[in-house]
Design a protein around this ligand. Structure first.
Ligand code: ZN
Ligand code: ZN
Length: 346
């Protein structure tokens, strides 16, 4: 099969022919029809992710058709259209048994712990526990865009932050995660505020439901600006980018007893950011992480899509080829692309 492949971190990936994968006893092989490009792939390529062993094939936001199954797979068969959360649980550990597969102790992550989906085929382990059947009406590019950013945002907004109608939700960073969070918060009847340094992204965020927008490049005090708009601070704030500045502002701009959710990855030099802990104590703030979403929670997200409340297709920027994904991946940091790039030609 053709795959994007690298032997060293930060070395230019190449497209080369590698052996086709075979399914494990409890796994499947999926013929990849679409695979989204994500900043986590860039982090991995930079060497920020300790799970990656070289040589490596990245890619973790995927959808496709099952091409082969292991003998132990009961619920899926060749030809099924599927996607999978980027964190797949083992199904056996305490976290999995409590329904929290997104923090499984032995997690399988295509594109990180194993070779990923920037390839014609990808092997997925623990298939019965983690695969999600796709509705016939959903195209593969849209389905691929759910796997990481949209699902993680869905869990961040609904399950971790417990956003309710009428609450102010500040969203720091309007990439794939941030725009997803704005769409989801708006669908729940909340009042999202978009924060970014790109006017184009802010304008797009407004079309997805943001009721206010702040250009952080023109604003000295972003937290103060959020407090002013919300008359006291946001109920919920999400760092959708992952940087010391956005993390700090996202906590700083909360009202008393507000909830911060860290979704953007904090890796490398950013792993231990400064946060206003005095405010966390004095104002009884709640701080959460959000790390993917369990397969069994996809039902709620798919139902809202079927009802027309959520339309992740609007977040897809451009569809590209596997070859075009190489320059797109290495340029990912500081990318100004509007929306998500999805590989649909392999
Ligand atoms: Zn587990
Ligand atoms: Zn991702």
């Amino acid at each position: 099969m053709r795959a994007m492949y690298y032997e060293a971190f930060e070395a230019m990936p190449e497209i080369r022919v590698v052996p086709d994968p075979t399914p494990t006893e409890n796994g499947v092989v999926v013929k990849v029809e679409a695979s989204g490009l994500c900043r986590s792939d860039w982090h991995g390529w930079m060497g920020h992710d300790p799970d990656i062993r070289l040589p490596h094939v990245p890619g973790h936001e995927l959808a496709g058709v099952i091409a082969a199954t292991g003998r132990g797979v009961m619920r899926y068969k060749v030809g099924d259209r599927v996607t999978v959360p980027f964190v797949s649980g083992c199904g056996r550990c305490g976290e999995c048994r409590s329904g929290n597969q997104q923090v499984c102790e032995a997690q399988f992550q295509p594109g990180f712990t194993h070779w990923g989906s920037f390839a014609e085929y990808v092997a997925i382990d623990f298939a019965d526990q983690n695969l999600v059947h796709l509705p016939e009406s959903m195209d593969f590019a849209t389905a691929a865009s759910l796997g990481c950013r949209f699902a993680t945002s869905f869990r961040a907004v609904t399950d971790q932050a417990r956003v309710r109608g009428g609450e102010w939700v500040a969203v720091h960073g309007c990439g794939g995660v941030g725009l997803s969070a704005i769409m989801i918060a708006a669908a729940l009847g909340a009042l999202p505020i978009a924060i970014d340094i790109s006017e184009e992204k802010l304008a797009f965020a407004r079309t997805l439901g943001a009721v206010a927008a702040i250009n952080a490049r023109d604003t000295d005090d972003v937290a103060g600006a959020v407090r002013e708009i919300t008359q006291g601070g946001a109920h919920v704030s999400i760092d959708a980018l992952g940087s010391p500045v956005t993390c700090f502002n996202s906590i700083k701009n909360l009202r008393r007893r507000g909830r911060h959710v860290q979704v953007g990855l904090m890796l490398g030099a950013h792993a231990t950011p400064q946060i206003p802990m005095a405010q966390v104590i004095g104002h009884e703030l709640e701080i959460y992480g959000s790390h993917g979403m369990q397969a069994w929670r996809y039902d709620a997200m798919l139902s809202m899509m079927a009802a027309g409340k959520l339309d992740p297709k609007r977040l897809i920027g451009r569809e590209i080829s596997l070859d075009e994904a190489v320059p797109a991946l290495v340029a990912m940091d500081g990318s100004t692309d509007l929306g998500i790039s999805v590989i649909t030609r392999f």
